[in-house]
Design a protein around this ligand. Structure first.
Ligand code: ADP
Ligand code: MG
Length: 289
């Protein structure tokens, strides 16, 4: 029953899946991607590459499509045109079985990465292992405790989610995301709503996870300053495209007005602050009428 829709997946030619030597290091490769919701374009020719072992930041104002990009990468949605390749395979051409296998190689820390409220910390972290494997309890215990130790919360294993601070909850979610040893770890706005100390802790953990576990990290954030301190390479998105990219040093040196606006968090500049809207004065007049 669950197999029958395999053939309904959009199939795109995989003829480009023979990347050159340089591209061999690309674990995620997004080429010429167009994606629209209804008649509203979200991406209009998006190109970006995530290289193995590095921390790649994807930055852009709220509503630019950062979460949408992550959903394209995990194969939850498909590009209207262009190609999203993960581990060298176009996710649009995978069967559901292949897609499932690919997803198991990725850990995702969702934007509002909620923990299961009726399970304690230990069981929350154990959850993906129980879902995907038949490992004996002794091995599950080892995996869970190792990951909790990595985020500094082994002592909190028996706490319930309601007993955790926001920063602790995010660290538990991080332990849960790495418990199946993913090769790619994707973070959607990992710093939102954290106090400065918790934010620093998460920032350091992202870097530690990347280095110690030899993970490839993709961090999506509108917090340019935070992420710039740990990113190896950054992409700035605006209006459906990459408007700038580079190492933190390259971006800091850039004299592009767009890059400067991002880096200084200015409301004025090439990147629009307002969502497209009818004329303001006219709309106010409508209200008055
Ligand atoms: N399911 C949906 N239906 C309609 N519009 C959506 C949906 N998901 C996202 N959008 C719109 O697409 C744009 C990009 O969203 P999103 O990827 O969540 O942006 P970001 O994560 O950068 O804040 C936003 O303007 C949002 O309103
Ligand atoms: Mg988002």
């Amino acid at each position: 029953m669950s197999r029958q829709n395999e053939d309904e997946r959009p199939r795109v030619s995989d003829s480009q899946s023979n990347p050159g030597a340089d591209a061999a290091e690309a674990v995620i490769d997004v080429r010429g991607v167009h994606y629209a919701i209804g008649d509203r374009p979200i991406f209009a020719g998006l190109d970006l590459t995530v290289k193995r072992g590095l921390i790649t930041a994807v930055m852009g104002p709220s509503g630019t499509g950062k979460t949408t990009l992550l959903r394209l990468i995990t194969g939850e949605i498909y590009a209207g045109s262009g190609r999203v390749a993960v581990f060298g395979r176009d996710v649009g051409t995978l069967t559901s079985r292949e897609l499932y296998a690919t997803r198991r190689r990725m850990g995702v820390l969702f934007q509002n990465g909620a923990l299961l409220t009726d399970l304690d910390v230990y069981e929350n972290v154990a959850f993906p292992v129980r879902e995907h494997t038949d490992l004996p309890e002794s091995l599950i215990r080892k995996l869970v405790l190792t990951k909790l130790e990595a985020v500094g919360l082994r002592g909190a294993a028996e706490l319930m989610p309601a007993e955790l601070s926001g920063g602790m909850a995010r660290r538990v979610a991080l332990a849960r995301a790495i418990v199946t040893d993913p090769e790619i770890l994707i973070y959607d706005e990992p710093f939102v709503g954290l106090d400065p100390i918790s934010l620093g802790v998460i920032l350091r953990l992202v870097k530690q996870m990347n280095d110690a576990l030899k993970i490839t990290s993709v961090v999506v954030s509108h917090d340019v300053h935070e992420i710039a301190t740990i990113a190896d390479y950054s992409y700035l998105l605006s209006d459906g495209k990459v408007v700038a990219s580079g190492t933190p040093a390259e971006l800091a040196r850039s004299d592009s007005a767009t890059v400067r606006q991002f880096m200084t968090g200015g409301a004025e500049g090439p990147v629009r602050f307002h969502y497209p809207a009818p004329d303001y004065a006219e709309e106010l007049m409508e209200v008055a009428r």
